[in-house]
Design a protein around this ligand. Structure first.
Ligand code: CP
Ligand code: NVA
Length: 324
């Protein structure tokens, strides 16, 4: 068994994370984000070496899903199991929340049973409200506004591949959605240049762009928005993309296919990035729309390493927030 002190540095940064919720990347300092990476690396090494690391023995995580999921559900569930705890999968249609029980009452009740709550839902305000009333940490497993667990693990993946983050340029090609918002905040906090190449009418929220610009100034990096995908990926170290139609937007699919046609990550677009650029996608992918098979299965793609790292990074999130 690995010693807890070897896995998690016991200092003021760790103490300050204990008991907190993980609602959006805006809420964490660069040092705190780096602490998640350090613990994720240690937990990944322990897991690969077959060393037990039951940091959350006897603890439970409730996982509320108002939207479908493969990666988030499986990685949280397996993750807490590897940490010695257990997960409860709660489809919102199967619990009273789905029949109108209030978020307040749900927060009060679940807090009496479990040690943490993960929620995937539509409105960011619902996650914030749950966290306000729960007495245990709440973790955002995706909202329409952001996807902080995904981007934290994506930046961990980039650091693993490149050895650093500062000075790299990440270009996101696609919709100014939850992924774009978390990438804007995460990259600008950690000193990476971030560019969003989006179709007209699909820009990220102006207030999030403004926040990212202020963060970039502090970290000596740059934030850029463009409607030209070729200009956007020029000089990029990382090209990132996501579906054109997110969960909950299904009625707009036809209109979006028309609007996003020129924003496909394909071999021709990749030629404009740096020769050693890597390609990322949070998945699920709609192959043939935002990304071609050739790129997704090609040598520059790191999409499945990204997917794996959800497990290690979320274990770090849970161990830091829910551990003692
Ligand atoms: N990337 C991601 O969150 O995947 P799921 O929707 O499968 O959880
Ligand atoms: N933007 C996508 C991300 C899925 C992980 C969605 O919200 O459906």
């Amino acid at each position: 068994m690995v010693n807890k002190e070897v896995l998690i540095p016991d200092d003021a940064i760790t103490q300050n994370l204990r008991g907190r919720s993980f609602l959006k990347l805006e809420d964490f300092s660069p040092q705190e984000l780096i602490r998640f990476f350090e613990v994720a690396r240690n937990l990944k090494e322990a897991q690969k070496a077959g060393q037990p690391h039951p940091l959350l023995a006897g603890k439970s995580l409730a996982m509320i899903f108002r939207k479908t999921s493969t990666r988030t559900r499986v990685s949280f569930e397996v993750g807490i199991y590897q940490l010695g705890g257990q997960a409860l999968y709660l489809n919102s249609d199967d619990i009273q929340l789905g029949r109108g029980e209030s978020v307040y009452d749900t927060a009060m009740v679940l807090s009496r049973y479990v040690d943490g709550i993960m929620i995937r839902t539509f409105q960011q305000a619902e996650v914030e409200q749950l966290a306000q009333h729960a007495t245990v940490p709440v973790i955002n497993g995706l909202t329409d506004y952001c996807h902080p667990c995904q981007v934290l693990s994506d930046l961990f993946t980039v650091q693993e591949k490149r050895g650093c983050l500062r000075g790299l340029k990440l270009t996101y090609v696609g919709d100014g959605n939850n992924m774009a918002h978390s990438l804007l905040i995460g990259c600008s906090k950690l000193g990476m240049d971030v560019c969003i190449a989006h179709p007209p009418g699909y820009a990220p929220l102006p207030e999030t762009v403004a926040k990212a610009k202020a963060l970039a100034e502090a970290s000596d990096s740059a934030v850029e928005l463009t409607t030209d995908p070729v200009a956007g990926v020029t000089g990029a170290d990382i090209i990132y993309t996501d579906v054109w139609t997110s969960m909950g937007q299904e009625a707009e699919e036809e209109q979006r296919i028309q609007a996003f046609g020129q924003y496909q990550v394909n071999s021709a677009l990749l030629k404009h990035a740096k020769p050693d650029a890597v390609v990322m996608h949070c998945l699920p992918a709609n192959r043939g729309q935002e990304i071609t098979d050739e790129v997704m299965d090609g040598p520059q793609s790191i999409v499945f390493d990204q997917a794996e790292n959800r497990l290690h990074v979320q274990k770090a999130i849970m161990a830091l927030l829910m551990g003692e």
